[in-house]
Design a protein around this ligand. Structure first.
Ligand SMILES: [Zn+2]
Length: 142
């Protein structure tokens, strides 16, 4: 494992932050520099991360699959088609939420390894946002 835990996010990822004693889902943007606290990855699903001088929790699989070392960043060549480049996070999110998108784009995302992985991550994110909303919305609903 590398000595430095400083990583660059290669795409936007969800984090859980504490705001006024509540867990709140936030998005950490692509390109953000984050520092994993207490690494290396030890099998837990969520990891504490220092992002912008804020301690947040992020998914371990995002940290493993969608980051690169700050040193390796310039050397890394991403193998994406031009179609992939045209599909932004908002589009992936629309598909994950079940909203209408261009059928050509939807078909590409369904079959492209790279884009499909993004979709799966977003579907997990949507699930967690819904859980987060339930747990932070108002008093106990029982
Ligand atoms: Zn693609």
């Amino acid at each position: 494992m590398k000595a430095s835990n400083r990583l660059v996010l290669t795409r936007a990822a969800m984090a859980i932050a504490q705001r006024d004693g509540r867990n709140v889902a936030i998005m950490v943007p692509k390109g953000a520099i984050i520092e994993v606290i207490g690494g290396p990855f030890n099998g837990s699903r969520l990891m504490d991360v220092n992002y912008d001088d804020d301690i947040v929790m992020m998914f371990t699989n995002d940290l493993e699959n969608h980051t690169e070392s700050t040193k390796r960043r310039s050397a890394l060549a991403l193998t994406k088609s031009s179609m992939c480049e045209n599909i932004d996070d908002e589009t992936v999110e629309r598909i994950a939420m079940g909203h209408a998108v261009d059928p050509l784009i939807k078909d590409h995302v369904a079959h492209c390894i790279h884009c499909h992985a993004r979709l799966l991550d977003y579907q997990e994110w949507v699930k967690w946002v819904k859980i987060g909303l339930r747990s932070t919305e108002g008093p106990d609903s029982r």
